[in-house]
Design a protein around this ligand. Structure first.
Ligand code: FKS
Ligand code: ZN
Length: 343
């Protein structure tokens, strides 16, 4: 299958995050994408294409216009305010505070448009976000043009980003953009299958009241795992979307057998929905050696995931999300894709 990749992701580099009380280099780093790209070449998965440049219309179909217009202004505003380190949000309008009044300074706006401090900006961040969006749309276009499958090697990832917020390394929700784009191109129903270790809270929020986009998540139980405040099994969609959101939260230590039972059930529900196209939010942080996660999948399991998804027999867009065991991220992510191809 073809891959779409942009070198502009690499400008999103050197951002910092808080771990156990210390500010450390972010886990979501450029080598992740570079190692996956090298593995694609090594495995001869297929051609690697540069993205076409798109305007932001498709982003504004799933995000608010004010949020999307804010993103490219972050670094210029941060610099104009005389700040030099990573732009990290640190104050949020949670319960008891006013979330309905848009504030005016860059520090305040970072909090207004986020749910945690996990999506931070450096100088090259906007260009990377934009390239990741272009990668997703270009890969979606390959599917529309008749490819059975395509791989959007997105970085930064997207599934934690909601209609008007960033967080958890995510800014624009690439998978949601692609799903909506397929609808706008005439697909009647689209399914999003999110196999990242973390719940895709952004994707769930964006499509929660919609029957035309089914959202299925397999993830660490939010009682004990990030993003903590969404992803429970009783979240099944609202109003017209009731029954079209499915969550499979699983405990720390989950290994292939249990995870695969969830995947099997998810795939049966997905097949019953009979979508025209599937968007896979592909995270490989379910891996046993992932430094920030607590599932126990092995490298041998990833091709099995791909093979099960292939069995659906549907046009499939893979969109890269998380995975932080960089030494094995190429083997694991590309393992899903070669498994899909039956090799
Ligand atoms: C404090 C721990 C914060 C954040 C985990 C983010 C996971 C992101 C992801 C994505 F796919 F979006 F990349 N942990 N330092 O893997 O879900
Ligand atoms: Zn994740």
């Amino acid at each position: 299958m073809k891959t779409v990749f942009s070198p502009l992701h690499a400008g999103h580099s050197g951002q910092m995050e808080l771990v156990a009380g210390a500010i450390v280099p972010g886990f979501e780093k450029p080598s992740r994408a570079e190692i996956i790209k090298a593995r694609i070449e090594n495995q001869k998965l297929g051609e690697i294409l540069a993205p076409e440049i798109h305007d932001l219309t498709a982003a504004k179909r799933v995000h608010t216009a004010d949020y999307i217009d804010f993103l490219p202004t972050v670094w210029p505003q941060w610099e104009a305010a005389g700040k030099t380190g990573s732009a990290i949000p640190f104050a949020w309008p949670t319960r008891g505070l006013r979330g309905d009044v848009r504030p005016q300074t860059i520090e305040a706006l970072l909090g207004y448009y986020s749910f945690d401090g996990g999506a931070s900006f450096v100088k090259g961040t906007w260009d990377a976000i934009k390239s990741s969006y272009d990668v997703a749309l270009t890969a979606a276009e390959l599917i529309k043009a008749g490819e059975r499958a395509a791989f959007a090697l997105c970085r930064p990832p997207g599934h934690h980003a909601g209609a008007a917020f960033m967080g958890g390394y995510c800014f624009i929700n690439n998978a949601a953009v692609a799903a909506q784009w397929f609808r706008d191109q005439g697909a009647k129903r689209v399914a999003v299958l999110d196999v990242d270790y973390h719940h895709g809270n952004g994707t769930q929020e964006i499509f929660y009241d919609r029957p035309d986009i089914q959202v299925i998540n397999l993830h660490g139980d939010p009682l004990t795992e990030y993003p903590f405040f969404l992803g429970h099994a009783d979240e099944r969609g609202s109003s017209a979307g009731e029954g079209f959101n499915l969550n499979y939260p699983m405990p720390f230590g989950t290994s292939w057998e249990k995870w695969n039972e969830a995947l099997e059930d998810a795939c049966q529900k997905l097949a019953a929905y009979a979508p025209d196209v599937v968007v896979v939010s592909l995270g490989v942080d379910t891996f046993e050696k992932d430094p920030i996660s607590h599932f126990k999948l092995t490298s041998a399991d990833y091709p099995r995931i791909g093979a099960r998804i292939a069995k659906l027999g549907l046009p499939t867009l893979f969109v890269m999300e998380g995975g932080y065991a960089v030494d094995e991220i190429g083997v694991n992510a590309v393992g899903v894709l070669t498994g899909f191809e039956g090799r």
